[in-house]
Design a protein around this ligand. Structure first.
Ligand code: FMN
Length: 310
C-alpha cells in the first residue's frame, strides 16, 4: 500500500512525506513535547508552533478557551524567537525521520524574509509554512492573506532568502479565498495549506468585555474547512496541478481526513484534536490504512480529489 506523498513536486529537493498526516502548527509544540506519546516516527510531518524573529510575549491570557465542539485561541501567540528555537530544537529535529516544517509569523514582509534567511540551511528544517493570518503592520494592518498583492510580495521576499520548499497557509476569513489561493500559486509557492482557525469571540460577563477575540478551531469548523478546501481545489487543480493542497480544520478522525483527501487535499493537518488525544495523528494514519485495505486501494493517489467534479 502506497501512502507516500510529494508535497513540493516542482522543488529540487522536494518534500516527501511517508504518509499524508501532518500535525498542525501551534497544537503540537515543537514536537519534542510529544516525543514519548505520539510515535513521531509514524507521522507524515509536523509543523512547529509559529516562530517570530525576536522573542515575543503574545496576547495576554487567556490564550485558549474551550467552546462547544472546539477551541477559541488567541492569534497573537508567544514565541521564544528564531535563534532560541533553532538552538533548542534544530539538532533534535535533524535526527528525526519525520520532516519538521517551521511555521513563520511576522508583521512585515521584511520579518518573514529575515526569518527565512535565518532558517535557510539550518539542520532539521524541511520546509517553511507562512502564516498569512498575521497582520501586515507595515501596510494597513490587515492579514497578509487579505490582499493578493501582499501575498505575492511576501512569497517573493521569502523565496529570495531561502531555497527551502514554501507552503502558504491561507487565512480563510481575510479577503476572497480563491483569489488569494490563485495569487499564492502563481507566485510560485510549493504548496498551500488551508484553513487557519476562523474568527471567534468570547465575552467575560463580569468584566463586560471580550475575554478572547481569536480563532475558532476543532470539530465546529470542519464542514466550513472542507467546503473551503473543495472550492479551492476545484479552482486550482486545472491551472496549478503541481501545487498540492494541504487540508485541515476540525479533523478529528480518519473519516474526516479521508473526506479532505477526496475533496482534493494531498495531505491533511491535524490540530485541536491533539489536545484531547495526543495520539490522534497516528490513529488517523491507521484508520486511513484500514480504509484503503478494505476498499482495495493500492495507492493513496487514487482517492485524492476523487470527490471533485471531473
Ligand atoms: C492553540 C492553537 C495555536 C495555534 N497556533 C498557530 C500558529 O502558531 N500558526 C499557525 O499558522 N496556525 C496556528 N494554529 C492554527 C492551527 O494550526 C490549525 O490551522 C487550526 O487550528 C485549524 O485546525 P484544527 O481545527 O484541526 O485545529 C493554532 C491553533 C490552535 C488551536
Amino acid at each position: 500500500m502506497k501512502l507516500e506523498i510529494e508535497l513540493a513536486p516542482r522543488h529540487k529537493s522536494g518534500l516527501l512525506l511517508r504518509n499524508p498526516v501532518i500535525m498542525a502548527s501551534g497544537t503540537f509544540g515543537y514536537g519534542v513535547e510529544y516525543a514519548r506519546s505520539a510515535e513521531l516516527h509514524r507521522l507524515g510531518a509536523l509543523v512547529c508552533s509559529g516562530v517570530t524573529l525576536h522573542a515575543h510575549a503574545g496576547a495576554a491570557q487567556p490564550l485558549i478557551l474551550e467552546t462547544s465542539s472546539g477551541l477559541l485561541s488567541a492569534f497573537d501567540r508567544p514565541s521564544p524567537g528564531v535563534r532560541k528555537v533553532l538552538k533548542s530544537y534544530a539538532e533534535t529535529w535533524a535526527a528525526w525521520p519525520t520532516p519538521v516544517i517551521v511555521n513563520l509569523a511576522g508583521t512585515s514582509s521584511d520579518d518573514f524574509a529575515e526569518l527565512a534567511a535565518r532558517l535557510d540551511g539550518a539542520p532539521g528544517v524541511a520546509a517553511l509554512e507562512l502564516n498569512l493570518a498575521c497582520p501586515d503592520l507595515a501596510s494597513d494592518g490587515a492579514p497578509f492573506g487579505s490582499h493578493p498583492a501582499a501575498v505575492t510580495r511576501l512569497i517573493a521576499a521569502v523565496r529570495q532568502e531561502s531555497v527551502l520548499p514554501i507552503i502558504a497557509k491561507l487565512a480563510p476569513f481575510a479577503g476572497d479565498l480563491l483569489s488569494i489561493a490563485l495569487a499564492a500559486a502563481s507566485a510560485g509557492v510549493d504548496a498551500l495549506s488551508l484553513i487557519h482557525a476562523l474568527p471567534g469571540l468570547s465575552i467575560d460577563l463580569s468584566a463586560r468585555r471580550p475575554a478572547l477575540n481569536g480563532g475558532l478551531s476543532g470539530p465546529a469548523i470542519k464542514p466550513l474547512a472542507l467546503r473551503a478546501l473543495y472550492d479551492v481545489a476545484r479552482e486550482l487543480r486545472p491551472a496549478y496541478p503541481h501545487v498540492p493542497l494541504i487540508g485541515g480544520g476540525g479533523i478529528s478522525n480518519a473519516r474526516d481526513a479521508l473526506e479532505f483527501l477526496m475533496a482534493g487535499a494531498s495531505a491533511v493537518q491535524v490540530g485541536t484534536i491533539t489536545f484531547v488525544n495526543p495520539r490522534a495523528g497516528v490513529e488517523i494514519i491507521t484508520g486511513i490504512e484500514s480504509f484503503m485495505q478494505r476498499e482495495g486501494i493500492a495507492d493513496l493517489a487514487e482517492i485524492i480529489g476523487a470527490a471533485l467534479p471531473i
